[in-house]
Ligand binder design. Structure first.
Ligand SMILES: [Zn+2]
Length: 111
């Protein structure tokens, strides 16, 4: 899976199925991503110095990476992403549906 912070993704399973939103953080080790507005929980906080009234805080919890698909920047469809190496040695992600590049994975190799 090649998901990075800032990617547009579609949720493909669970309660938020079909939702398209941005990835706000990625935990590679745990294979989890936090998607804006998805799996939001409300945390109730007691009154403290910062928040004298107490109240509720909305927090997005991580979901499993396998539950989201990257949305192609070019064709706009939730798509599988492949990786390819360009002539100059740059590695990039590409959409398996339309073939358009969707961001660089690694820089060009020095000759
Ligand atoms: Zn595409």
């Amino acid at each position: 899976m090649r998901i990075r912070k800032g990617d547009k993704v579609q949720v493909i399973s669970g309660l938020a199925k079909g939702t398209v939103s941005r990835v706000s953080s990625v935990d590679k080790e745990a294979n989890k991503v936090v998607v804006e507005g998805v799996h939001t929980v409300t945390k109730h906080i007691r009154p403290n110095k910062q928040n004298p009234q107490g109240g509720r805080l909305q927090i997005d919890k991580p979901i499993d990476m396998s539950n989201v698909m990257v949305v192609c920047e070019s064709c706009g469809q939730a798509s599988r992403m492949g990786a390819r190496v360009l002539e100059d040695g740059t590695k990039e992600r590409y959409c398996k549906k339309c073939g358009a590049g969707n961001g660089q994975i690694s820089k060009a190799k020095k000759a």
